[in-house]
Design a protein. Structure first.
Length: 328
């Protein structure tokens, strides 16, 4: 009888142990099934609207000379570094007849040059335009070459009579309404990659021009940005990028792009963590910035924003994993 009781206790103990192990394992499995989610805190920050564009550095006081119509450069009389006087002849351009393409013009011009009646036949291409210096100074750059196409979007010759530096930009017409003289700009470039400089918009052209890039064409406006305290690593002729600040806003609530999801109908949402659960919140977004979307409604400052919203379920349990620090 005593042996039977002993075996009974051993059996009950074994069953209790097995049950405890099962409960423990189930608990571990449940814990493992809860997604671990990266998160950040929604906060209001100061943000900037800006226009970003690329141009070329030149001496202050520079004047650019453009052909009035597309053509073929027949003669170029100056080189970079030459001193010129106002009114001095710089180059001659044979203008193209209306409707003639760049490639066709080059082929026709080449055939004219090598024909016996070349000089007379050139007259059929259009008029000869003489480009002259608008100011006295130093020739900074020359884009023309004899027997090469001369467009109206790129300056044929640039002349400078100053020592400071400015950045000449071609800004797409869609961005021009946001620009004003006096706006500040950050200037960077591959030629001075270890430095960045401040600048100020000093001039916005009253006229637009057509810029051709490959097979596409866009309407652009020339903008000048004066460089403040240029360093020795900045050289005229370098290409540079300007980030022109057009507006500054305070107290803008930002949600990183990776925290915002979209429904099939285009409406947007985020997930926030409340008492260990993912709660889905419809939101209205505004402007887009480097760090994320502006949130106009549906989110409060200090809310715990969850990443990867497409993988979460409304009301589902979550475990906060690594906090992501977002740059303003």
């Amino acid at each position: 009888m005593g042996e039977f009781v002993l075996n009974k206790y051993i059996l009950l103990s074994s069953l209790s142990l097995a049950a405890a192990v099962s409960v423990f394992a189930a608990g571990k499995w449940y814990q493992a099934s809860i997604p671990r989610v990266e998160y950040t805190e929604a906060r209001a920050v100061s943000v900037e609207d800006y226009v970003s564009c690329i141009g070329r550095l030149e001496r202050v006081g520079s004047k650019s000379v453009y052909p009035s119509q597309p053509g073929i450069a027949t003669s170029v009389f100056v080189s970079p570094g030459d001193q010129v006087q106002a009114g001095q002849e710089l180059a001659r351009v044979q203008t193209l007849p209306e409707g003639m393409t760049q490639q066709s013009a080059l082929e026709v011009y080449s055939s004219f040059l090598h024909s016996e009646s070349g000089a007379e036949n050139l007259l059929s291409m259009g008029e000869t335009e003489t480009l002259t210096a608008p100011i006295s100074g130093t020739v900074v750059s020359v884009s023309l070459s004899p027997e090469k196409y001369a467009g109206t979007a790129q300056a044929a010759v640039i002349i400078s009579n100053g020592n400071g530096l400015q950045l000449r930009l071609s800004v797409n017409e869609s961005q021009v309404p946001d620009l004003r003289e006096g706006q500040k700009a950050e200037i960077t470039g591959s030629g001075f990659r270890d430095s960045s400089y401040l600048g100020t918009v000093t001039e916005i052209s009253d006229e637009a021009t057509q810029a051709v890039s490959g097979t596409s064409q866009e309407t652009v406006v020339e903008v000048l940005v004066a460089v403040e305290n240029p360093g020795a690593d900045m050289k005229p002729g370098f290409s540079a990028k300007a980030r022109i600040v057009t507006q500054e806003k305070e107290g803008v609530l930002i949600a990183p792009y990776e925290t915002v999801g979209a429904e099939e109908d285009g409406s947007e949402y985020v997930f926030v963590c409340r008492e260990g659960r993912a709660v889905k919140c419809p939101v209205e977004t505004g402007e887009e910035y480097d760090s994320g979307f502006e949130i106009l409604s549906g989110l409060e400052e200090g809310d715990t924003l969850l990443y990867s919203p497409e993988s979460l379920t409304d009301g589902g349990r979550v475990i906060l994993a690594e906090r992501v620090e977002v740059e303003p």
